[in-house]
Design a protein around this ligand. Structure first.
Ligand SMILES: [Fe+2]
Ligand SMILES: [Fe+2]
Length: 308
């Protein structure tokens, strides 16, 4: 058995009843593919089997498609990635957003200053993602909306600033930068809701208490990836879920995530639904070698959401 591969793929299913739609819309969430030389076509087969079974109207790819943005320069990896993206686009209307691994060199040491942090960003990343998306028929959302059958989806672009922490601080998600960006988008009128439509906010890394900001009060659904949350043995996975800690122990950047930032569905104080899909792999080529074999601890996950 090769422990680098996911052993099983779970498909949790949630119903979000907003009372706004005449006909339900089925959305499939997938993310954290981390395509690299150690991820095989088994992932593609999982995606094909599960997505064809779910039969979604919309597929949301929630970032970290590549393990490192430098893979955009590797023809073989780009072609492996395109196969997965094309498969999604053939099954349903497919939307993607960009994750941290898709734009910043992963596993870098804590930056000494902002200039050093900038050197871990790949130039032309956005242009190259736009090119790939156009070719495979996937819509890339960069702080933009798309409307599908009464569901309006806003794709938030967590740019490098959202992952830059000041020198000396633990590196990882920068919630202050995310909040600042949301305030600015709202000031520019870009987060305006429309009556009678379902408002869905999708981004890569869970945004902590930013979700309770006044500027986001009109959203019905928030969905994220990034947590790789199910790093416990298959089987025990389910037991830990029953205990209510959602299967995850250590989140990215070695933070201990509270329950609502790991995996599954939570209701926020304003009754909006927070849904987190922990993704396809734990394995990351960019991680230390011994971590490459930790995937046997995790079930892959594709989430089905029925919006009514
Ligand atoms: Fe990831
Ligand atoms: Fe991530």
């Amino acid at each position: 058995m090769i422990f680098q591969e996911p052993v099983i793929c779970r498909t949790p299913k949630y119903v979000v009843d907003t009372g706004k739609l005449e006909k339900p819309v089925k959305v499939a969430l997938t993310n954290d593919w981390h395509v690299s030389k150690i991820v095989s076509e088994k992932q593609l087969r999982f995606l094909e089997k599960k997505l064809k079974k779910i039969k979604p109207d919309v597929i949301l790819i929630q970032g970290d498609l590549f393990d490192t943005p430098w893979s955009l320069d590797n023809e073989k990896l780009v072609s492996a990635l395109k196969k997965e993206m094309k498969l999604c686009a053939e099954i349903a209307e497919t939307i993607m957003i960009i994750g941290n691994h898709d734009q910043i060199e992963p596993a870098h040491p804590a930056p000494k200053n902002h200039k050093e942090f900038e050197s871990w960003q790949r130039p032309d990343t956005i242009r190259d993602w736009q090119k790939i998306c156009k070719e495979v028929g996937v819509k890339l959302l960069l702080d933009d909306w798309v409307e599908i059958r009464g569901v309006r989806i806003f794709g938030f672009f967590e740019d490098p600033e959202c992952f830059y922490t000041k020198p000396g601080a633990r590196r990882g998600e920068n919630y202050d930068a995310m909040k600042e960006k949301i305030r600015n988008l709202s000031k520019d009128g870009k987060l305006k809701a429309r009556d009678g439509k379902v408002q869905w906010f999708v981004s890569h890394a869970p945004m902590s208490d930013s979700l309770e900001m006044e500027e986001l009060k009109d959203f019905d659904v928030f969905s994220f990836g990034h947590t790789h949350g199910g790093c416990v043995p298959v089987g025990i996975d389910y037991v830990v879920d029953l205990l209510g800690v959602h299967g995850g122990i250590v989140a990215p950047f070695l933070k201990w995530f509270p329950r609502k930032y790991m995996r599954g569905r939570e209701l926020l104080p304003n009754k909006a639904h927070l849904i987190i899909n922990s993704g396809m792999v734990m394995t990351q080529d960019s991680a230390p070698k011994w971590l490459h074999y930790i995937n046997f601890l995790k079930a892959a996950e594709i989430t089905e959401v029925i919006v009514k």
